[in-house]
Design a protein around this ligand. Structure first.
Ligand SMILES: *Cc1c(COP(=O)(O)O)cnc(C)c1O
Length: 392
């Protein structure tokens, strides 16, 4: 019985995610706002998408595409995705049974992990790693097994011998990400071959985060696992329209996987998301009819990368290679010996350019003296940041 003299107490709960707090992205973005800094921290464009894409979504709403679509995604979009993958990577996924539209890549990643990882299963994660992988593994009751990339003057790379040594009889899943956030590294054919050697003859699945698939530079091709029939047969391949079409706020992505894996994926998808918003899907399907926008993306971002790198060339920062994604990692040891978080905070408050400490992408906060800048910004934004960074 409720007594007016007693406050209504909220029951306590034991957190499912004890290691999760406020993300560094939120912290650096509010610090950037507080100091009026140019925000090269969080990874999203400060420019708009193509007006035609907005028109196509509006057209879809006016045409009455406003009710639940199919659970698996609007059919025209799944067909368009399958056609794109076939033309770029030569692998024919069945649009009916092997492509699922998701609420952004993050949901695809979490759902893929939840559908295949049982409590106690081990998941190999390569660090530095995108921040959603570990919490999703924790929710599934999985055990993350962390393998650090090595970094030297030639940049970051995956130590495949160490990864092979991390495999055990409990390994259920290996998560890879190419092009790689935060390092800008891309996997090469030799990396894919090494991965194939490791999983051949095992029951290990692969989750391949390829949200930056259209951002590979200098004429190099993206090594989608879809190109490799042997690996595609055991992989969930994830991408994001937010990254490809400059619409990170729309949260539409997809997963491509063999029918048996897709069937399990959809069991989880059906009961935590069910469907992804309809007009966006029809708008995207219409927009995908023309491949030019994603074919033009490497040149579009390579120009920004070069503008940013050229601008930093005479500065006290040391540039690491940036072969893909819209991120540039730099060493700052000629400027400061502080931790990455301290340096990023100083940069934001005093120089008025926000960056992200790469240590935030390691579970144990490993320090390498490297911070990440995002160059998916208008040229004017980049020039303003460069002027400030060169003043150090
Ligand atoms: C941005 C990003 C995602 C998430 O994409 P959404 O479609 O916004 O959910 C996933 N993985 C990596 C590596 C990313 O950088």
């Amino acid at each position: 019985m409720n007594s007016p003299s007693l406050p209504h107490l909220t029951p306590t709960l034991r957190t499912r995610l004890p290691l999760v707090g406020t993300t560094v992205f939120t912290r650096m973005s509010s610090l950037a706002a507080q100091h009026g800094a140019v925000n090269l921290g969080q990874g999203f464009p400060d420019f708009d998408c193509a007006p035609q894409l907005v028109e196509l979504v509006s057209d879809a709403m006016r045409a009455g595409h406003n009710q639940y679509p199919m659970m698996t995604g609007a059919a025209p979009l799944r067909v368009a995705i399958a056609a794109k993958i076939a033309s770029l990577y030569g692998h024919l996924y069945d649009a009916g049974t092997e492509i699922t539209v998701t609420a952004g890549a993050t949901q695809a990643l979490t759902t893929a992990i939840l559908c295949c990882v049982h409590p106690g299963d081990e998941v190999i994660v390569i660090e530095p790693a995108y921040d959603s992988y570990l919490p999703a593994i924790a929710l599934a009751g999985g055990v993350p097994v962390l393998v650090c990339m090595q970094v030297d003057e030639t940049g970051y790379s995956v130590p495949w011998d160490k990864l092979a040594a991390a495999v055990s009889s409990k390994t259920r899943l290996i998560i890879i990400n190419t092009p790689h956030n935060p390092t800008g590294t891309i996997l090469r054919p030799a990396d894919v071959a090494a991965l194939a050697d490791i999983v051949r003859g095992t029951q290990i699945l692969i989750l391949s985060d390829e949200v930056y698939e259209h951002m590979v530079y200098d004429g190099v091709r993206h090594e989608s696992l879809a190109r490799n029939a042997e690996l595609a047969a055991r992989s969930f391949i994830v991408s994001s329209f937010g990254k490809t079409y400059h619409v990170t706020g729309w949260k539409v992505g997809y997963v491509a996987a063999p029918a048996t894996l897709t069937a399990e994926f959809r069991k989880v998808h059906q009961y935590n998301v069910f469907t992804v918003n309809t007009p966006m899907q029809y708008g995207l399907a219409g927009y995908m009819a023309d491949p030019q926008p994603y074919l033009d993306l490497p040149a579009f971002y390579q120009r920004k990368r070069d503008l940013f790198r050229d601008g930093l060339a005479g500065s006290r920062f040391t540039l690491l290679p940036a072969n893909g994604t819209y991120f540039q990692c730099v060493r700052y040891d000629a400027i400061s010996q502080e931790t990455e978080a301290q340096f990023a905070e100083w940069l934001t408050a005093e120089i008025k350019v926000a960056a992200i400490p790469v240590s935030a992408f390691y579970a144990q906060g490993k320090e390498s003296g490297i911070v990440r800048f995002c160059f998916a910004k208008q040229d004017e934004t980049l020039r303003q940041a460069l002027e400030r960074l060169r003043s150090i």
